[in-house]
Design a protein around this ligand. Structure first.
Ligand SMILES: C[S@@+](CC[C@H](N)C(=O)[O-])C[C@H]1O[C@@H](n2cnc3c(N)ncnc32)[C@H](O)[C@@H]1O
Length: 190
């Protein structure tokens, strides 16, 4: 078995090409994308949250896995990045919000989520508790980049270590660490 035959989602290549033009360098990898597509397909009528739209590469995977009756909110504070996603995904069940994710999480009063892909500082290294509070029981929370990456800033390993310890000490979740892709942690709320 190998990962060479992953079929890319619709618009992935176009978004990748647009991303390269603006030198966007933070996409999740293809394995995480494929995993997100599968996880998104597990929740019919699901309510999904992505923290860190970027240019829409991970979003393309999630949308491809989602059923028509699911909906997704994706937040990024960079309109330059998010406008690329907006160019390709104009659908009534997809809300692309340009805002600070920490502020948005603290102010959010809507229904809880069935799947959260936390791919920005907020939701992972800030407002972790508040983000996990937004997850339904049985809901899925996924984070990547938990294994050392070339683009990590100095001393980021300490942030990751602290985050993993915080997650491992919680009694309201079940957690699996996956040393695959960029290092994933898959969590479900008990
Ligand atoms: C790792 S990238 C997201 C990549 C995207 N999920 C993908 O796989 O293609 C992180 C994103 O978080 C955004 N970001 C950073 N700080 C943020 C904040 N405080 N609020 C919202 N978005 C933020 C950045 O603009 C960047 O697009």
């Amino acid at each position: 078995m190998n990962d060479n035959s992953i079929v890319l989602p619709k618009f992935y290549s176009e978004i990748k090409s647009d991303s390269e033009k603006i030198s966007f360098s933070m996409p999740s990898d293809l394995q995480t994308g494929s995993f997100l597509r599968t996880l998104s397909a597990t929740k019919k009528n699901g309510h999904f949250l992505e923290l860190g739209t970027g240019t829409g590469l991970s979003l393309a995977w999630m949308i491809e896995g989602m059923s028509e009756n699911s909906n997704l909110i994706s937040i990024d504070n960079s309109s330059e990045y998010q406008n690329i996603a907006k160019k390709y995904f104009q659908k009534s069940n997809i809300s692309l919000i340009c805002d600070d994710a920490e502020k948005w999480i603290l102010e959010y009063k809507g229904k809880k989520f069935d799947l959260i892909f936390a791919d920005a500082w907020p939701g992972k290294y800030a407002v972790l508790e508040e983000t996990l509070q937004l997850l339904n029981p049985g809901g899925i929370y996924l984070i990547d980049d938990m294994l050392p990456q070339k683009n990590w800033p100095a001393n980021h390993d300490k942030n990751v270590e602290k985050l993993v310890q915080e997650l491992e000490s919680r009694t309201d979740i079940q957690l699996t660490k996956m040393c695959w892709s960029t290092g994933l942690i898959l969590i479900t709320k008990i």
